[in-house]
Design a protein around this ligand. Structure first.
Ligand code: PAF
Length: 298
């Protein structure tokens, strides 16, 4: 059976590691490349863009839908995180996913679960400061999913910029035999980055949330226009956020895309990253900015 035949089949849902391994094993024995898109459900066009990327490169596409408790802090939204399996399965099927792994929490974390993975340093910056333990939970569940699915390629969104940097580092540090693809952010027409948590925003919050993408555009405009004083750029980013009274900024800065450390010199590539609370919802966004070589040399 060819890859395109498989993509037309209805999505199959499995809940156990054994059923998952059997299905992936059969696909691999048929010579198909395995693609993985890990998700927590509440799927939107951003997730589907990862699935489309997987579909275009892999003969067998696995999506996981698992709201991972270990990446939520005690006062975060684990219990109210949006869950709608029927809608998510339809989204997976429309994006050409072959198999959905939807395990119960007790299967991923049995009572004796005691092993966690931590990418030191990177996990304590930015999001890690406001969400202690978050990236330990992310790294642990992603490693488990990679071990269960054993994909050739796994797809993550650039939207969670720190997450993708941590996952790439973990895979490199632990010599995991998987390629990590990072896919571009999908935005609404007005610039708001798609996020499962956007459903929490009121109409006023949603309008105010545009300050995040505007603040990134300010940075791109200044750096692209040749500004080399990055302290000035940071100030302008913060000013843009501060102009919206409903927006409570956490950080808005320019970092090295690999180390996530703040940069003050003029590297050829930097990442503008921003996080803010809008109403009761914490939002993040980012933009990769490439400096033209003549600016970099100035
Ligand atoms: O980005 C997400 O949805 C989650 O953090 C992930 C990677 C699926 C791990 O739970």
């Amino acid at each position: 059976m060819s890859a395109s035949d498989l993509s037309r089949r209805p999505v199959v849902v499995v809940e156990t590691a054994k059923a998952l391994r059997d299905a992936v094993g059969a696909a691999r024995r048929s010579g198909l490349k395995i693609g993985l898109t890990p998700t927590m459900g509440a799927l939107h066009a951003g997730h589907q863009s990862l699935m489309h990327a997987a579909r275009s490169e892999c003969g067998f596409v696995v999506a996981t839908i698992f709201v991972n408790p270990t990446q939520f802090g005690p006062h975060e939204d684990f219990h109210r995180y949006p869950r709608d399996l029927a809608r998510d399965l339809a989204a997976c099927e429309a994006a050409g996913v072959d198999l959905v792994f939807h395990p119960p929490v007790a299967a991923m974390y049995p009572a004796d679960h005691a092993t966690f993975v931590e990418v030191a340093g990177l996990s304590n910056l930015w999001e890690g400061k406001s969400r202690p333990g978050h990236f330990r939970g992310v790294a642990t569940v992603v490693l488990k999913l990679l071990n269960l699915v054993t994909p050739d390629i796994a797809y993550f969104g650039q939207k969670d910029f720190q997450q993708q940097a941590i996952i790439r580092r973990m895979c490199r540090n632990l010599d995991l035999p998987v390629e990590i693809r990072v896919c571009p952010i999908v935005r609404d027409a007005d610039g708001l980055a798609l996020s499962s948590r956007n459903v929490y925003l009121s109409a006023e919050d949603r309008a105010a949330a545009l300050a995040l993408s505007r603040c990134l555009q300010v940075a791109a405009g200044m750096v692209g226009g040749g500004e080399t004083d990055l302290a000035l750029v940071r100030r302008a980013m913060r000013k843009e956020l501060a102009a919206s009274p409903r927006v409570e900024p956490d950080y808005a800065t320019l970092v090295d895309p690999e180390t996530l450390e703040e940069v003050d010199d003029c590297p050829l590539r930097l990442a503008a990253i921003v996080a803010a609370r809008v109403g009761t919802t914490r939002l993040i966004d980012n933009l990769l900015i490439d400096r033209c070589p003549p600016c970099a040399q100035s």
